[in-house]
Write a protein that binds this ligand. Sequence first.
Ligand SMILES: C[S@@+](CC[C@H](N)C(=O)[O-])C[C@H]1O[C@@H](n2cnc3c(N)ncnc32)[C@H](O)[C@@H]1O
Length: 213
Amino acid sequence: MPNKQGSHPIFARFYTRLSASMEPVVGQHRDRVLAGLTGSVLEVGAGNGLNFSHYPRSVTNVLAVEPEPHLRMIAEAAARQALVPVTVAAGTADHLSADDASFDAVVASLMLCSVPDQRAALSEMLRVLRPGGELRFMEHVRSEAPTRLRVQRFADATIWPACFGGCHASRDTVAEITAAGFRITELTRYELPESRLPWPTSPHASGVAVKPR
Ligand SMILES: C[S@@+](CC[C@H](N)C(=O)[O-])C[C@H]1O[C@@H](n2cnc3c(N)ncnc32)[C@H](O)[C@@H]1O
C-alpha cells in the first residue's frame, strides 16, 4: 500500500527487479512503439526509465513525469545514460504541468492500468499534445475472452491493485483511448509473457493514437 501520495516503496522495488528481468522481451516492444518518434516528447508514468534508451535520436527532448520517488530516482540515473536529452520530474497524469498543445508526442507504457482516473489521464494527454500529435501506447489490457475477463475482474476486485501499485487487469484501455478523443491509427495485440498459464495481465495492446487536427 502507498504510505503517502504517489509512494509505493515495496512495489517500486519489486517492479525494478521484475522489469529488468523482462526487459529482453519487453525492450523489443519498447523499440517498436517508440520507433520514428520526432520532436518534443512527454512520457507519463515513466517508472524506472526503461524507455529512455529506446528513444530514437530524432527526439529532441523528453520530459518524463513519475510520481513514485524510488522509481523516479532510478529514472534520473537512466536519464543520464540516454542518447537523447531526458528531464525527469515529479507529477501525476491527471494534472500534467504542461501547456496545451506543447508536445509532439506523448508516451504511455504500462501505466494506464495504474492511474486512479484513466479518463482524466487521457484527457490531460490529449490536452498537452499538438493537433496531429501522437500518443504512443503500450499497455496490458482487458481480455477479449470472457473467461479470462472474469479472472481479470476477480483479480481487480481482490488483491491485485493492492499488491501491484494500484494496477488493474481488466481496464478496457483501447476503448478508453478512443473515448478520450484520440483516433487509433495502429494497433497490435499480443500476449506477454507468452506462457501456457497466462497472467491476468498477459493481454497487451500497443500502437499509435492521433490527436485530431
Ligand atoms: C508498471 S509501472 C510502468 C513504468 C514504465 N512506464 C514502464 O514502461 O516500465 C507503472 C507506473 O505508473 C506510475 N503511475 C501510477 N499512478 C500514476 C499517476 N497517477 N500518474 C502518473 N504515473 C502514475 C507508477 O508510479 C509506475 O511508475
